[in-house]
Design a protein around this ligand. Structure first.
Ligand SMILES: [Mg+2]
Length: 190
């Protein structure tokens, strides 16, 4: 029996998967404190629309800055608590934030390792899928990097929106199903 099968009367949930840096907040490079954390225009509009449409909000974020020793796991968790409270205040609660602290080359000590969770590997998304019985084909991922789109495709996420801000220099990801230039544009794909 498929472990993702839900009980009768309990439809599988859909999720809006979000990368953090470059989607929720402007990517300042290894953001580790709320004073450096600036929300990107439209993120709350997108997330409120997703919640209204019945999606869970799930963040999947590579945080190799922990492994590199730029900031600690505790710094990350404190920033995450603050960030989640901002979403609560804006009327769109985040279900869970998954992060990967490892880096195969630049991690220090125990953090120097390959990880199935480090995007473009799909581990964080697959863990979320099992934990919340998510219908991945009916779910959406928004990310700003090719690696986000690859991770989502490998996890079976049906709709993969590559967010390239106006003036951004990323080129369209071959793993994406759509490219958007403003976050609320993803509402059309919910
Ligand atoms: Mg990013």
């Amino acid at each position: 029996m498929n472990e993702l099968t839900t009980l009768p009367g309990q439809p599988a949930s859909r999720a809006l998967f979000l990368d953090r840096d470059g989607v929720i907040n402007h990517d300042a490079g290894y953001t580790s404190h709320k004073d450096q954390f600036t929300f990107i225009d439209g993120i709350f509009d997108l997330c409120r629309a997703a919640v209204a449409a019945g999606y869970k909000l799930i963040v999947v974020t590579n945080q190799a800055g922990i492994g590199r020793g730029y900031y600690t796991e505790q710094d990350f968790l404190e920033l995450t608590d603050w960030m989640r409270q901002q979403f609560v205040d804006m009327g769109c609660d985040i279900t869970e934030v998954f992060h990967c602290p490892f880096h195969p080359l630049h991690g220090q000590g125990i953090y120097k390792q390959e990880s199935e969770n480090r995007k473009p590997n799909p581990g964080m998304l697959l863990t979320a899928a099992r934990k919340y019985a998510i219908d991945m084909a009916a779910s959406v991922m928004v990310g700003d990097k090719d690696s986000d789109m690859e991770a989502a495709q490998r996890a079976g996420v049906g709709t993969r929106c590559h967010y390239i801000a106006y003036g951004g220099n990323e080129s369209h990801s071959a793993f994406a199903t759509h490219t958007i230039h403003a976050l609320p544009d993803a509402v059309a794909f919910l």
